[in-house]
Design a binder for this molecule. Structure first.
Ligand code: ADP
Ligand code: MG
Length: 580
């Protein structure tokens, strides 16, 4: 091992899907579970092992390539022999455990190459039906590869994790349909105490995508009038390889051409033809699904999610059959051949601490704020803000000599405080000062548990008042959120009009006494004409306020502002010259 690889390996735990046909490895990188690609840029590596004439082990694509030349020294579908006795003759020298260790060693090497440091710990997946002996054998294979196997987890559970189904409610049931290369599994899981329990599992260890390749090869042999059994083992493998390619093409297209070599005859194959060939195989998987549902004493109406795993579930006819069987469209959001490794990686990330025990990213369902002068809602934390969060604003006293400030904490989307929900109230005392002189900071903080803390501080004294509001900030039922939002939409127009009116009224209420005061100070220099125009403007503001017409109030306030402009300037000038 090169020097550069000796680096921090400490807490990294990788997730490995040790599959029958393909294996994959992943790691959590800065909060994201990712799968690591091999030298060919593939995130899945064939689970094939070969030994060459120099007794060197090869794994993956290079092992498969040896198949033509030294077929006796290439092993595939090793997993199907794990923990079994007696073993077929081809395992006389190297048992399935050792060959699996070679695959795991290769996966470990791929990870170390991509990560640039050593990997020592792993989570490895096994089929739900694996017995204890098979699980132990898998664990020993990991240890032989130099890995500490921190956990063996079930493949369907890993798939559920990859699809994010660990967030489902307690007692939710899901079905995981896994059709890979050589095996088929169906598992019914139930979420209990935050973990998935396998309620039932069924399957067929002799049924998978390879059988489809074989069926298509036989079909083409028929077209070409060739006796399948007269082909050499090597030729049969070439045929299977071509059939597999055409099969995968037909998952995307309606037609593909089957051709062994450029100078060989070609056969156009329709998707419809492949579907006909597949029908009996698909029917067998559906029978298993029904058995599993029966064993779990579960009706399809109790299943909240159906998840597809395994490369062969890319076939549209398979997806359709599953949808019909379960009466719902399956979730297609993940790569079917990567989901198990991704789930193992997520599990490993949680164990190593690279991913926090997964919690939903919470947002504030509704806005949080306080009531301000005039009964207005002043939003401090808008709805849909990610928690934890904090925000605040500075407020002042509305009246001279005021000795305390009442802070009403509100939740909701309406413009007027009274239409929102009260969450709590607190009163901050402060030194009596002139109007607008107090400085009171109000800060809202919501922690990751959804607890809202309201902190009110009189800036002059530094005195804090703190109020805690448990969970109210985030624990609102969806129905209540919806009704609040739809109410705010229904009343948007009236609410806005009332806010503008209130703001205009507050402005006028502030302006009128100020004008009165200014008139007294400036009485001596005002012409009668000026006086009457100011009085007229004051009267207009009063009338508009009595009529509660916010547009008129705004206009009248503007006129009044304008009429008193010269007076205000004179007063400022005087003040600068030494005061009045
Ligand atoms: P395993 O779990 O057995 O290791 P995978 O989940 O990797 O297997 O699935 C491998 C199988 O998926 C192979 O038979 C392969 O031909 C098949 N497969 C992969 N992609 C497609 C596709 N696009 N259409 C049809 N079959 C596919
Ligand atoms: Mg698999």
């Amino acid at each position: 091992m090169s020097e550069s690889l000796v680096g921090p390996s400490s807490n990294v735990i990788v997730g490995i899907d040790l599959g029958t046909t393909h294996s994959a490895i992943g790691v959590v990188d800065s909060g994201f579970p990712i799968l690591l690609a091999n030298e060919q840029g593939q995130r899945i590596t064939p689970s094939a092992v070969a030994i060459d004439e120099n007794r060197i082990f090869l794994v993956g694509k290079s092992a498969l390539e040896l198949r033509g030349y030294a077929s006796a020294r290439v092993w595939t579908s090793i997993k199907s022999q794990m923990g079994r006795q007696p073993l077929p003759v081809e395992y006389a020298e190297y048992g399935p455990e050792q060959l699996s260790a070679e695959i795991l060693l290769e996966m470990k090497r791929i990870a170390e190459m991509r990560l640039g440091h050593l990997v020592k710990k792993a989570v490895i997946t096994v089929p739900a039906y694996f017995n204890d002996g098979q699980r132990q054998a898998t664990k020993r294979a990991g240890e032989r590869a130099g890995l500490e196997v921190v956990r063996i987890i079930n493949e369907p559970t890993a798939a559920a994790l990859a699809y994010g189904l660990d967030k489902l409610a307690e007692r939710s049931r899901i079905a995981v349909y896994d059709l890979g290369g050589g095996t088929f599994d169906i598992s019914i899981l139930e979420m209990q105490d935050g973990v998935f329990e396998v309620l039932a599992t069924h399957g067929d260890t002799q049924l998978g995508g390879d059988d489809l390749d074989h069926a298509l090869s036989q079909f083409v042999a028929g077209l070409a009038a060739i006796n399948w059994h007269e082909l050499s083992r090597h030729q049969q493998q070439q045929w299977h390889k071509e059939s597999s390619r055409v099969k995968c093409m037909l998952s995307e297209m309606d037609e593909a051409s089957w051709q062994l070599a450029a100078d060989a005859p070609s056969y156009r194959i329709q998707r419809q033809t492949l579907e006909t060939l597949m029908q009996p195989l698909i029917a067998r998987t559906i029978k298993c699904c029904q058995k599993a549902l029966n064993d779990a004493r579960c009706d399809i109406s109790n299943i909240s999610n159906v998840v597809l795993v395994g490369g062969s579930t890319r076939i549209p006819a398979v997806r359709d059959a599953v949808a019909r069987c379960f009466g719902r469209q399956p979730d297609l959001s993940q790569h079917p051949d990567e989901a198990i490794a991704l789930g193992a990686t997520i599990h490993a990330g949680v164990l190593s601490g690279a991913l926090r025990k997964m919690t939903l990213i919470d947002v504030t369902p509704l806005s949080l704020g306080i009531e301000t002068l005039g009964g207005l809602m002043n939003v401090i934390i808008p709805r849909n803000t990610t928690i934890p969060c904090k925000a605040g604003e500075m407020f002042t006293n509305a009246a001279a000599g005021q000795q305390s400030m009442k802070v009403s904490v509100l939740q909701g989307e309406r413009e007027m405080a009274r239409d929102n929900w009260p969450l709590g109230e607190l009163t901050v005392p402060f030194q009596p000062v002139a109007k607008g002189q107090a400085r009171v900071g109000i800060q809202f903080r919501i922690d990751e548990n959804g607890i809202l803390e309201v902190l009110v501080r009189d800036v002059a004294t530094g005195r804090d008042e703190i109020m805690q509001i448990q969970h109210a900030a985030v624990d609102v039922t969806d129905e209540k959120v919806e009704s609040m939002i739809s109410e705010s939409v229904d009343h948007a127009f009236d609410d806005m009009a009332e806010r503008i009116f209130t703001e205009a009224r507050l402005k006028a209420e502030e302006l009128l006494p100020a004008v009165e005061q200014a008139m007294e100070i400036g009485a001596a220099w005002l012409s009668d004409e000026e006086k009457s125009s100011i009085q007229l403007a004051v009267e207009q503001v009063r009338v508009a306020m009595a009529a509660k017409n916010h547009i008129h109030i705004k206009a009248a306030v503007q006129t009044l502002d304008h009429a008193t402009e010269a007076l205000a300037a004179r007063i400022v000038e005087m003040a600068m010259e030494g005061g009045y």
